[in-house]
Ligand binder design. Structure first.
Ligand code: ZN
Length: 713
C-alpha cells in the first residue's frame, strides 16, 4: 500500500519533452459558414469583426449569416468605409457639402465600388455628404446605361430567369440570345438573367422519360445538369438564409392536380469555400399545377429547427408548357439567437484519481431542448478510451453574476483513475433548433503527485502549473533525477540503487523509493524540516548487497570504477533490498553506501544517520565505535562527554557508559548522552517509538545533524 501507488515509470531519462496535446480536437463539421449579408456588410465572427474594426452591426441589428467550422455564429457587420477608421473618431468636419451634378451620384467610396462606379464625377473628389458615421460621400460618375434600373424583360420560353449562381448550379451556361438581359432581381437586388434551358438529353434523364407522365421524379444525382426531356419541364429555385444542417431540409413537391407528392433534396451552392445558399430542381410535366414547400426532414441527432419559408413569388407554380425557375424561398427562423456552450469541470483542476463532474452549461434566450456530450479519456500511460454521444438531462443552472442569464446545465461524472486528461465535446439545441458545439479539456494532476501529467515537462515540473524543471546536467546516463532542489554542490545528494532482489522491477523500486522518502525521511522531524536541502535520484542498474557483518556490495554498472564515475556528485547511496536481513552503512568503492529495506523506515533513517550525517551507533556492543569529531554523538571517555554537555547546556549526569570497556567492540569504552529513544539507539527492532512510529535524532545526534545541514543551502 503505497501513497504514490501505481507509479508509472518511464524509460530513462525522465526529461523527455512530451508535446502536450493542448490543441482542441479538430471537429469535422461540414463547412457551414455562409455569406448572405448585403454588399455593404461582411459576415464575421464577433471576435474577427472587433479585430478588423468592424464595430457596427449591419442595419444595427444582429443578423445571423452563418457559422464557422466550429459552429460559432457569424453576423453581418457594417464594412467601415476607407476613411472611417481615421475620421470617425476625430472632430466632425465642417467642410462644405456640394450637391452632385445630374449625371453623378453621391456615394460612400465603398458603396460606389460595390456598384461598379469607379470614376469620380469630373475626375475630382466632390464632397457631397456624410453617412451617419461621418464617413465622407463623394460624387461618382454614373454610366448612362445605369441611370435607371432597367425594366426586367420576360425570358422567352426556351430560357429561364435565374441568378448567375443558380444557373451555374443547374448547368445553364448560355445567356438567352447571347445577351445579358436582366429579367428580375432577387431580394438582395442582385440581377437575374435569362439563361437558355439546355435541350440535350443528358445522363440520368433517359430513365425518367419512361415514367408515367405527370409523376414527379427526382433527378439523380441532383447536381448534374438536368434538361427537360420532351414533355418534361423543371421547376427550380433557391433557398436563402437557411443555416441549419441541410440534411434536415427537403423540398416537398405536390402535384395539385393528382394529389401526389414527392420529396427532393437541396444542393449547396458555393461561393468560394462557403455555402452561399441552397438550390433545388425538380422535374415536372410541362402543364400542371404544383406546390413547392421546404420542410423539416427528421434526421437522427440533428436539432429540430422551427421557422417558416417566405416565398419570393408564391408556393404554387402553374406550368404552361415551359420550365419555371426563380421559385425561391427565404428561411425566417423563429429564433435566430444561437446558444453559447461551455464545458465547466468541477473541480476545475482535479487531482490525480479524483472524481470529476463535467458540467455542460448553455446560455440562450430561449430554452435548451437537447444537450449531449461525448468525450475521450487519455490515461497517464497514453492509452485512450472514447465515450460516444450521450444525451444529458437539462436542468436550470445558476447565473454567476446577478443579471446574467442563468445557464441551463447538464452533467456527467467521470470516476476513472489514472487519467491525464479528458477531452469533452458538447452540443446543444435550443427550442428554435439552433445548434452549437462546445469543447473543453480537463487536465488532471498536481505538482506533487510524482506523475508527469497536465502539461508538465518532467515529473511535477515545467508547464503552466508547476515550477520550472531543473536540468540535471550532472546526472549522466545512469542516474535519473527524482526530486531536485538545486545544484549538487549546495544539496545533499542521495542516490537510490535497486538491489538484485528487485529482479529488474523498476516500477516497484521507484514506488519503494518514494515510500522511504515520504514515510522515512519526511516522518523524521530534522530531515523533514530540511527537505529542500536534498536532491534525490536513482541509479538505473542493480547492486547486490548482503547482510551485516559481511556487508557485501557488488557495485552496479559492472565495476567500482564505473560506479564511481557515475556517482561523483553523490553524498550518500542507499541500496534498497526487498529481502530481510541486518542492514549496514559503510564505505564501498570509495562511496558512502548503506542498505535498507524500504519499508523499515526507522532503519532507513538510522543508516542515513551514519551515511549522511556521520553519526555513530549508541547501542552496545557489536558496532564499530569511535568519537566522531567535531560534534560527536559518542565520546571515548566520560570527561569529554561531561565537558561537551556543560558547553551545550545539557545535563552532564546524563552521560552514560553505554558501551563498557571490554564489551564486544567497545575497546576502552564509549559514552553517550542521548536518551535511549534516539534513533541511533533505537532502530527497526526497537518498539520505543511505537510500532510504526518514527524515532528522532536526540540532542547530541541532532547537534551533528544540524551541523551537517548548516553546510548546505
Ligand atoms: Zn547503526
Amino acid at each position: 500500500m503505497y501513497p504514490w501507488g501505481g507509479y508509472c515509470l518511464r524509460a530513462r531519462p525522465v526529461y523527455i519533452l512530451v508535446g502536450v496535446l493542448l490543441a482542441v480536437i479538430g471537429l469535422s463539421f461540414a463547412t457551414m459558414a455562409q455569406s448572405q449579408c448585403p454588399s455593404t456588410c461582411s459576415c464575421l465572427l464577433p471576435g474577427d469583426a472587433k479585430a478588423k474594426g468592424y464595430t457596427s452591426l449591419c442595419g444595427g441589428k444582429q443578423t445571423l449569416c452563418g457559422y464557422d467550422k466550429s459552429r460559432n455564429p457569424m453576423y453581418c457587420y457594417q464594412k467601415p468605409s476607407p476613411t472611417a477608421t481615421t475620421k470617425a473618431t476625430t472632430t466632425p468636419t465642417t467642410l462644405p457639402v456640394t450637391s452632385c451634378p445630374s449625371a453623378c451620384s453621391c456615394l460612400l467610396p465603398a458603396d460606389a465600388k460595390a456598384k461598379g462606379l469607379t470614376s469620380l464625377c469630373g475626375g475630382k473628389e466632390i464632397l457631397c455628404g456624410y453617412d451617419q458615421y461621418q464617413n465622407r460621400k463623394y460624387c461618382y460618375q454614373v454610366p448612362a446605361t445605369a441611370t435607371a434600373t432597367p425594366a426586367p424583360v420576360l425570358c422567352p420560353s426556351s430560357c429561364s430567369c435565374m441568378d448567375a449562381a443558380g444557373a451555374k448550379q443547374a448547368g445553364y451556361t448560355t445567356y438567352c440570345g447571347n445577351s445579358q438581359a436582366i429579367c428580375g432581381y432577387d431580394q438582395y437586388q442582385s440581377p437575374k438573367y435569362c439563361f437558355v434551358i439546355p435541350t440535350a438529353t443528358t445522363q440520368g434523364i433517359g430513365a425518367v422519360s419512361t415514367r408515367t407522365p405527370g409523376t414527379l421524379v427526382t433527378p439523380a444525382p441532383p447536381t448534374l445538369p438536368v434538361a427537360a426531356a420532351p414533355g418534361r419541364c423543371t421547376i427550380s429555385g433557391n433557398i436563402y438564409r437557411f443555416f441549419h444542417d441541410p440534411h434536415t431540409l427537403r423540398i416537398r413537391v405536390t402535384n395539385l392536380d393528382s394529389g401526389t407528392d414527392s420529396m427532393q433534396d437541396v444542393t449547396p451552392v458555393y461561393s468560394g469555400d462557403l455555402v452561399s445558399h441552397y438550390s433545388y430542381l425538380v422535374l415536372a410535366g410541362c402543364n400542371g399545377n404544383y406546390r413547392i414547400e421546404p420542410v423539416y426532414e427528421p434526421y437522427p441527432g440533428a436539432c429540430r429547427w422551427t421557422g417558416t419559408f417566405a416565398p419570393a413569388r408564391s408556393s404554387d407554380v402553374h406550368l404552361s408548357g415551359t420550365s419555371e425557375t426563380g421559385w425561391d424561398f427565404t428561411y425566417v427562423p423563429e429564433d435566430s439567437r444561437v446558444p453559447d456552450v461551455s464545458v465547466v469541470p468541477n473541480p476545475a483542476t482535479p487531482e490525480m484519481d479524483q472524481d470529476v463532474r463535467i458540467n455542460i452549461e448553455a446560455v440562450d434566450d430561449s430554452s435548451i431542448v437537447f444537450m449531449a456530450a461525448r468525450y475521450e479519456m487519455i490515461f497517464v500511460d497514453g492509452t485512450r478510451r472514447s465515450v460516444d454521444w450521450q444525451e444529458l438531462a437539462v436542468t436550470p443552472g445558476i447565473a454567476y453574476r446577478p443579471g446574467d442569464t442563468p445557464p441551463q446545465t447538464g452533467h456527467f461524472t467521470i470516476t476513472d483513475d489514472r487519467l491525464a486528461r479528458i477531452e469533452v465535446t458538447a452540443r446543444v439545441c435550443d427550442s428554435g433548433g439552433n445548434e452549437r458545439w462546445g469543447s473543453g479539456t480537463v487536465m488532471f494532476g498536481s505538482c506533487s503527485d510524482r506523475v508527469q501529467n497536465r502539461d508538465e515537462l518532467g515529473i511535477d515540473c515545467g508547464g503552466a502549473y508547476c515550477p520550472a524543471c531543473r536540468e540535471c546536467a550532472w546526472c549522466g546516463e545512469d542516474i535519473v533525477p527524482l526530486l531536485l532542489n538545486g545544484n549538487p554542490d549546495d544539496k545533499i545528494d542521495v542516490v537510490f540503487i535497486p538491489d538484485t532482489s528487485y529482479g529488474g522491477n523498476r516500477d516497484t523500486f521507484i514506488d519503494d523509493v518514494w515510500d522511504a522518502i515520504e514515510n522515512g525521511y519526511y516522518a523524521n522531524d530534522a530531515i523533514s524540516g530540511n527537505r529542500n536541502k536534498f536532491n534525490f535520484y536513482y541509479l538505473d542498474d542493480e547492486a547486490d548487497v548482503t547482510a551485516y557483518p559481511a556487508c557485501g556490495f557488488t557495485p552496479p554498472l559492472g565495476s567500482c570504477e564505473a560506479f564511481q564515475d557515475a556517482t561523483t556528485f553523490a553524498d550518500s547511496l542507499a541500496v534498497l533490498h526487498t529481502d530481510n536481513f541486518r542492514d549496514w552503512s559503510s564505505t564501498k568503492c570509495g562511496r558512502r553506501v548503506f542498505s535498507s529495506e524500504p519499508t523499515s523506515y526507522r532503519t532507513f533513517v538510522h543508516e542515513s544517520g551514519h551515511s549522511v550525517f556521520g553519526l555513530k551507533d549508541e547501542y552496545c556492543c557489536d558496532s564499530h565505535y569511535s568519537q566522531n569529531n567535531p560534534n560527536p554523538n559518542i565520546w571515548q571517555n566520560e570527561t569529554a562527554c561531561r565537558n561537551d554537555a556543560l558547553t551545550e547546556g545539557w545535563d552532564p549526569d546524563d552521560c552514560d557508559n553505554f558501551c563498557p570497556s571490554g564489551s564486544g567492540n567497545c575497546g576502552a569504552g564509549f559514552w553517550d548522552i542521548d536518551p535511549n529513544i534516539c534513533i541511533m539507539t533505537c532502530s527497526q527492532s526497537c518498539d520505543r517509538c511505537g510500532a510504526a512510529g518514527m524515532c528522532q535524532y536526540e540532542q547530541a545526534c541532532l547537534r551533528r545533524v544540524n551541523w551537517v545541514f548548516s553546510q548546505f543551502s
